[in-house]
Design a protein around this ligand. Structure first.
Ligand code: ZN
Length: 487
């Protein structure tokens, strides 16, 4: 591709890793729709709210997980913002409702005389004192623990570290990843045992703190948190796509939830101190610049192999179905940028964050996902940005972390961005040579439609090859190993 400085939109992938490849990785966004209207109409959003639950209301608190968090006059994005609150604040919980998009909202006592609503993604609901057999005192203690241990608890993948703990987070390496998937081998045995006698079994929490989620996987929303030694009735067990076991528990008298099997054990069955380790090899498949006409095909292939992946998306009009499908089919919807226009986003720090906020809010509007996982257009090591603001990447790498974002580069490049429809066999070859003996790989691919048909074509062979090499596939979460250039 020629370097066209005047082009409005540039869709780039592995730009500038090597100077030689530099602009060859860019393609014109020929299929980029013209419509940039942001908020698709959500007029009748107030129509059908489902009343969820409300017993034991007064004993429960909602603890705010991120700053700033908006408090609204009703359970939905269409309601007005009546106030903003910040991380760590605690409010009395009054009930919850689901909006039409399936997002749960908590009703809170905002002031002594006012109530408000907050999206559940931004609040942690505590146990009701009655069911947890613990007094308000222990609830308070749990809260403190969560806050103070947050920064060093990253090795326990399911620790409730707040999103803003990023600044202290380091490249955690392979061992922690291995530990999260380690007990996969004991899975079949566990499943057999519990399905037989699920009604009478309890599980004991062995990690501290441990997240309780709405489903059997790390992609499901956190609905609460518990601590070491707590006991819950076991209702079911399930394995997620990476082979990790999850326990379904009776969380409160009215609510069920899921905890990761590595952080709990069945009562009467001593926790395995020496769990057999898996290979510990993890592959993160990543798709940039979508969604596109290829997204559904990619999702079908991933389903066929029962593999989860990560999509670093930009704004494309008329693609709400695709954004939603990425989420509903269990993958990670992560942020790339709104415009992907280097000349705009890398002009200044302010311009970068304005663009990032735009895609963040768009994605949240469409799917309800409040994503903190990002990839810089061109990667964090791109040098193209120097053209617009020398040294800006150094600044941005620090400031995104301060704002609670986790940025991921890649260490295996399929090179599908280096031209239009490069041969599928070449893409596979490049993945093979890039993978080598690496323990954790982040594989760069693109989901940009007609010019990347061969990426779709190559995907099954890439997955099959990596499976044969012993990799387990994971979608990127806030707990994932950070593959970052120059580190
Ligand atoms: Zn890109």
């Amino acid at each position: 591709m020629k370097a066209k400085t005047t082009m409005k939109k540039i869709l780039c992938g592995a730009v500038a890793l090597a100077a030689a490849v530099s602009l060859s990785a860019c393609v014109m966004a020929a299929d980029q729709p013209k419509d940039f209207t942001l908020r698709t109409s959500s007029a009748s959003a107030a129509a059908e709210y489902v009343v969820a639950n409300a017993p034991a209301v007064s004993s429960r608190k909602v603890i705010i997980k991120a700053s700033p968090a908006k408090i609204r006059s009703g359970p939905g994005k269409t309601y007005s913002v009546i106030a903003k609150t910040s991380k760590g604040k605690s409010f009395t919980y009054l009930g919850s409702k689901k909006d039409k998009k399936g997002n749960v909202w908590y009703k809170i006592q905002y002031t002594s005389s006012k109530t408000g609503w907050i999206i559940s993604l931004l609040g942690r609901l505590t146990n009701p004192a009655a069911t947890a057999k613990t007094t308000a005192k222990t609830t308070a203690a749990t809260t403190t623990t969560t806050t103070t241990t947050a920064t060093n608890a990253t090795s326990a993948a399911e620790s409730s570290s707040p999103v803003t703990s990023t600044t202290t987070r380091q490249n955690v390496g392979v061992s922690s990843v291995a530990s999260t998937t380690a007990t996969a081998t004991s899975a079949s045995k566990t499943t057999a045992t519990t399905t037989a006698a699920a009604k009478t079994k309890n599980i004991i929490i062995s990690g501290n703190p441990v997240n309780i989620r709405s489903g059997a996987g790390k992609n499901y929303a956190k609905i609460g948190s518990t601590s070491k030694g707590k006991k819950f009735k076991l209702l079911d067990t399930k394995k997620d796509s990476s082979g990790t076991v999850w326990y379904k528990i009776q969380y409160t008298s009215s609510q069920t939830g899921w905890v990761m099997g590595t952080l709990a054990y069945i009562e009467g069955q001593a926790p395995k101190s020496t769990t057999k380790k898996s290979s510990g090899k993890v592959a993160y498949l990543t798709f940039d610049d979508g969604p596109s006409v290829n997204t559904m095909k990619i999702l079908d292939i991933l389903d066929r192999y029962n593999v989860k992946a990560t999509f670093f998306v930009i704004y494309h009009g008329g693609m709400t179905k695709q954004y939603k499908a990425i989420v509903s089919r269990g993958h990670t919807l992560a942020l790339h940028s709104y415009t992907h226009d280097y000349s705009k986003i890398y002009k200044s720090e302010k311009a970068y964050f304005a663009d990032l906020k735009k895609i963040h809010d768009y994605v949240e509007d469409v799917t309800g996902v409040d994503s903190r996982i990002i990839r810089f257009p061109g990667g964090s090591s791109n040098t193209v940005s120097n053209k617009y603001n020398k040294g800006i990447m150094k600044t941005l790498k620090k400031s995104v972390a301060k704002k609670g974002y986790y940025y991921h580069d890649w260490n295996v490049d399929s090179t599908d961005a280096a031209g239009r429809n490069r041969k599928a066999s070449l893409l596979l070859k490049n993945v093979k040579s890039g993978t080598g003996k690496k323990k954790v790989i982040n594989v760069l691919m693109h989901d940009t439609g007609k010019s990347k048909m061969t990426t779709v074509e190559a995907l099954p062979s890439i997955i099959e090859y990596l499976k044969k090499q012993g990799y387990s596939f994971e979608a990127i979460t806030e707990d994932s190993t950070l593959i970052q250039h120059g580190r």
